[in-house]
Design a protein around this ligand. Structure first.
Ligand SMILES: Nc1ncnc2c1ncn2[C@@H]1O[C@H](COP(=O)(O)OP(=O)(O)OP(=O)(O)O)[C@@H](O)[C@H]1O
Length: 244
């Protein structure tokens, strides 16, 4: 059954190397649009995504479409339709673009369909022309496109996308944001993003994390329009007006 929220996180804590880095985090992700996870460096954004997927030691509840999945292994959670685009653009450098995409194909319910292939072809025409190129020789932006395309090939309930624009040139940031905007019309996205212009362009709602705890949730607009709040929560002097 799909309720209003595709993902609910309740009292989630995560430990890395014996140390708790995410403390009792709770938030919801609506079944449409982009929910952005914001916060300064090292506050626990990536660890929160990894805890949702069961990639780090965790406690608390994670519900996908109202069903608890926190007792399940990562592969099972992924097969339930949680796509993950990690921060470091995990492409297989020695394989071609086509091979990278083929490895992402899943069979059965929630798997790859002709419709998803068509979406990827439409969103990333460049990848078709580079099908025979080794992924390790692509630019950072192109590798990010491969990484996104891999997640979009399957019929996911939600995508977890970690800092997709990090380290990319401004023009490429725009292209990645454009692809994410189109993708978000087909699947809800939980997006870790530091670039506030990208947040402004994509995010409907925000979850702000500080020192491993949720310190603010609400409409993205409310945060972006509140210079004092931005300064307090993210330590940035927001010039988002200029970015419009
Ligand atoms: N493999 C690890 N071993 C030890 N500590 C880690 C490890 N990975 C993360 N941490 C610690 O966990 C905390 C949260 O890190 P995390 O990567 O989740 O933060 P983040 O908000 O995603 O940061 P960034 O924006 O810099 O990517 C940090 O204090 C970090 O030092």
């Amino acid at each position: 059954m799909s309720g209003p929220n595709v993902l609910e996180v309740r009292g989630l804590s995560a430990r890395i190397a014996g140390q708790e880095v995410v403390h009792d985090v709770s938030f919801e992700v609506p079944a449409a649009g982009v929910t952005a996870v914001l916060g300064r460096n090292g506050v626990g954004k990536t660890s929160t995504l990894r805890a949702v997927l069961g990639l780090v030691e965790r406690s608390g509840e994670v519900l996908l479409d109202g069903v608890r999945v926190d007792g399940e292994r990562t592969d099972r959670i992924v097969r339930r339709g949680v796509g993950y685009v990690p921060e470091d653009r995990e492409v297989f450098a020695g394989l071609t673009v086509a091979e990278n995409l083929r490895l992402a194909h899943r069979a059965g319910p929630g798997g790859t369909t002709a419709e998803h292939r068509a979406l990827v072809d439409a969103l990333f025409p460049d990848l078709a022309t580079r099908a025979a190129q080794r992924a390790g020789t692509l630019s950072g932006g192109q590798q990010q496109m491969v990484s996104l395309a891999r997640a979009l090939l399957n019929d996911n309930r939600i995508l977890l996308v970690d800092e997709p624009t990090k380290g990319l040139a401004p023009r490429i940031v725009g292209e990645v944001a454009e692809a994410l905007a189109a993708a978000a019309r087909t699947v809800p996205i939980l997006l870790v993003e530091q670039n506030l212009q990208v947040v402004e362009r994509l995010a409907d709602r925000v979850v702000v994390i500080d020192a491993g705890r949720v310190v603010h949730t609400g409409p993205a607009r409310d945060l972006l329009d509140d210079a004092d709040l931005l300064q307090r929560l993210l330590g940035v002097h927001a010039e988002t007006e200029a970015a419009r």
